[in-house]
Design a protein around this ligand. Structure first.
Ligand SMILES: *Cc1c(COP(=O)(O)O)cnc(C)c1O
Length: 391
């Protein structure tokens, strides 16, 4: 059996044929950018995010940049060149790029001792008088620390920007189902519809959501060269969404609740089937959107062996992420002499993403479960006690 790390819903029949028909309708309409498909998509996204005003954008990376600029963080958005944004060290590079492109400075925050995602106390340690905002990333689909972070930001007078690229559909707060949606806790939220995300397009697309409609208005200007009613009111960007992607996202939204439920059901099966294995499983937080299922091996060597055994069984895996941001060549100067961020550095050496997506059928899930059990227990496999977190 061959199991890729991800398989889009759009590439299988009858979905592919159905989508092709809808796309043909868009082609015949002759309107290809920021048209009625995008407009109605914004309305639906707003409904998903408890009425927050949403603005479609060209990608998740651009949405992050427009979020900072719309909130006036960094000197490109009317703020100060010394504005600091606290950014998790263990995340995708776009998080730091957006802060720098907005004309602000990223300050990298270590992961919590026993989780990928920093806790409020980790952010607190990195805070300085220059801190304007924190970027909360719902890494791998886990948005569970948003309530605490939102409280802390309110108390400290900091802006909260949510990167919900991986956790759209997640909920946080009292009770997983009654809690508030990820993307509604901060001052702004950036979404990505990159194909592998919980709500995926067939290409690049993203969106923003805001607490204050005035910030949404600013983002609407910025995404289209600052242009409105014949006048360029500010310098902006080309970060517009295509009608074709919006059309595909409408179909993806129709299936979104079922696909989220499917992700959660697969995660529950993995968690139950692998609880006795010598690897650490992801934290099973209530409301998790399970974008990626990332396990931790004791170290780089064990990870390499484990991945090789799965590859031999036809199962693709991937390292998210090879390095924490502060160690990347392009970002190291911004970290300067702030020293090691030991937890994120350790995690980068031992984490491995396994296939989890709605298109996996039951037979494939059973196959993955068995193959992972065998790979984790093969001779020379790690001993359970070596997987414990540092005390
Ligand atoms: C995917 C992703 C982004 C960027 O989104 P794009 O649509 O690929 O530009 C930003 N942050 C995180 C955490 C992501 O996973």
């Amino acid at each position: 059996m061959k199991i890729p790390l991800f398989r889009p819903a759009a590439c299988a029949e009858p979905t592919a044929a159905r989508l092709a028909q809808s796309l043909a309708g868009v082609l015949r309409s002759g309107t290809y950018i920021l048209g009625p498909q995008v407009q109605s998509l914004e309305t639906r996204l707003s409904a998903l995010l408890q009425g927050r005003e949403t603005v479609a954008a060209g990608s998740g990376s651009e949405a992050l940049l427009l979020a900072f600029k719309s909130l006036g963080i960094g000197n490109a958005g009317g703020g100060d060149a010394l504005d600091e944004v606290l950014v998790p060290a263990y995340t995708f590079v776009a998080c730091a790029e957006a802060v720098l492109a907005a004309g602000a400075r990223p300050v990298f925050v270590d992961s919590a001792p026993d989780d990928f995602i920093p806790m409020p106390e980790d952010f607190r340690k990195a805070r300085t008088p220059r801190t304007r905002a924190i970027l909360a990333v719902g890494l791998f689909g886990d948005a569970s620390n948003l309530p605490e972070l939102a409280d802390w930001c309110r108390d400290e007078g900091l802006l909260l920007v949510e990167d919900v690229a991986q956790c759209l559909g997640a909920r946080a707060g009292d009770g997983a189902t009654t809690g508030h949606a990820a993307g509604t806790w901060g001052d702004a939220a950036a979404m990505s519809f990159y194909p592998t995300k919980t709500l995926g397009a067939a290409g690049d697309a993203g969106a923003l959501a805001f607490k204050d409609p005035r910030h949404a208005d600013k983002a609407r200007l910025l995404r289209n060269h600052g242009y409105r009613d014949g006048v360029h009111r500010c310098l902006g960007h080309n970060s517009r969404m295509d009608e074709l992607q919006a059309c595909l996202l409408h179909a993806a939204l129709d299936d979104f609740p079922a696909n989220l439920a499917r992700r959660r059901a697969i995660a529950a099966r993995y968690l139950a089937a692998w609880s006795d294995l010598p690897m650490r499983l992801p934290k099973d937080s209530a409301g998790h959107a399970w974008n990626y299922f990332v396990v931790r091996l004791p170290g780089p060597l064990e990870r390499e062996n484990f991945a090789a055994r799965l590859a031999a069984s036809g199962i693709a895996t991937r390292v998210y992420y090879e390095q924490p941001l502060h160690l990347h060549e392009a970002l190291r100067p911004w970290h300067g002499d702030r020293g090691a961020l030991p937890h994120s550095e350790r995690l980068a050496g031992c984490s491995l993403a396994l296939p989890l997506y709605p298109m996996l059928d039951d037979e494939e899930i059973g196959y993955i479960i068995d193959a992972v059990r065998q790979a984790a227990r093969a001779p020379g496999a790690p001993h359970p006690t070596t997987c414990q977190p540092p005390s």
